[in-house]
Design a protein around this ligand. Structure first.
Ligand code: SF4
Length: 148
């Protein structure tokens, strides 16, 4: 092999090595963007815009959170049971809970209680009984006039 052909071969190897190093540099520089591209792909797949004002994804609902969106079961909720909670205030045993007696007692419902926050017309959340929803027409012995 002549000196000239050796020189050409060396130049070719150098050129090929430089080219490979350049390509690796481009690949290495783009690696931090891969997770971002993945996030964009996921958003476009779910129909989200991917814009800066997108709402945070909803946290997975726990069994306790799911149960809190169902009516309270006074047979299994010890607090509800001890407070004589009923979903229909007209069913209160007034011999056992005399505060629900008479004209003033007849105005006592969850919807008029300070611990009640309405979810809709029929149900709401109670600060005292928190295992589920209480009925707007319900009652318990912790009733406290709203706004008093
Ligand atoms: S504390 Fe008030 S809202 Fe809660 S169950 Fe008793 S009456 Fe209803």
């Amino acid at each position: 092999m002549s000196d000239e052909s050796k020189s050409q071969e060396t130049q070719s190897v150098d050129h090929s090595r430089r080219s490979m190093i350049r390509k690796m540099a481009v690949v290495m520089a783009s690696l931090p963007l891969v997770p971002l591209l993945g996030a964009c792909t996921q958003k476009s797949g779910t129909g989200e815009s991917g814009g800066g004002n997108a709402a945070a994804p909803a946290a997975p609902q726990t069994p306790a959170a799911a149960a809190a969106e169902k009516p309270v079961d006074p047979d299994t909720d010890t607090i509800a049971k001890s407070l004589g909670y009923v979903a229909d205030a007209n069913q209160v045993d007034t011999a056992k809970f005399p505060t629900r007696k008479g004209e003033a007692g007849a105005k006592q419902f969850c919807r008029t209680c300070s611990y009640y926050t309405a979810k809709d017309d029929k149900w709401g959340h109670c600060q005292v009984i928190q295992s589920g929803l209480v009925a707007s027409g319900g009652w318990c012995n912790s009733w406290n006039l709203k706004g008093a």
